[in-house]
Design a protein. Structure first.
Length: 152
């Protein structure tokens, strides 16, 4: 048995990089009964298959771009998910909330953003998972480019 397996050669053709995105009318939660409409963009690229990007647009651009796991986003549609800087809660009809709630937190601040859950679910199912099906993410990575070459 060989001591190591070689990775596929970079001379093999790599799949073309494709992307998808959706603009959403989100709500920035300011208090229990107060929110502010903010445009956001959710984006996905096949060459970074584990990641979705949430970008604040318009006057909310100071919110920046947040990258997190696409599986976290999917899981958050079903049940509370996340432990670190990004936490997600599914719609809660018992509290009258139909939106997907996302908490983004850094060292100094935290913000709650409500996203339209149906649009997010539809985008993930029809576009994101169509580009890179669940369970095949590692196949979409150019490992030769990502891993350092051994010396000598």
């Amino acid at each position: 048995m060989p001591a190591h397996q070689s990775l596929p050669s970079s001379s093999q053709p790599r799949p073309e990089v494709t992307s998808t995105g959706i603009r959403l009318d989100a709500r920035l939660v300011l208090g229990e009964h107060e929110s502010l409409g903010v445009p956001v963009h959710l984006g996905y690229r096949s060459d970074d298959p584990f990641v979705v990007a949430l970008e604040f647009l318009g006057q909310a651009t100071e919110g920046g771009v947040w990258q997190f796991s696409r599986d976290l986003l999917w899981e958050g549609l079903q049940r509370p998910a996340g432990l670190g800087d990004v936490r997600i809660w599914p719609p809660c009809t018992c509290h009258g909330r139909t939106a997907l709630r996302v908490m983004l937190r850094n060292r100094d601040d935290a913000v709650l953003v409500d996203l339209p859950s149906r649009q997010v679910r539809r985008w993930l199912r029809r576009e994101v998972f169509a580009l890179v099906p669940r369970g095949t993410e590692a196949d979409a990575i150019d490992w030769d480019a990502e891993l350092p070459r051994p010396a000598g």
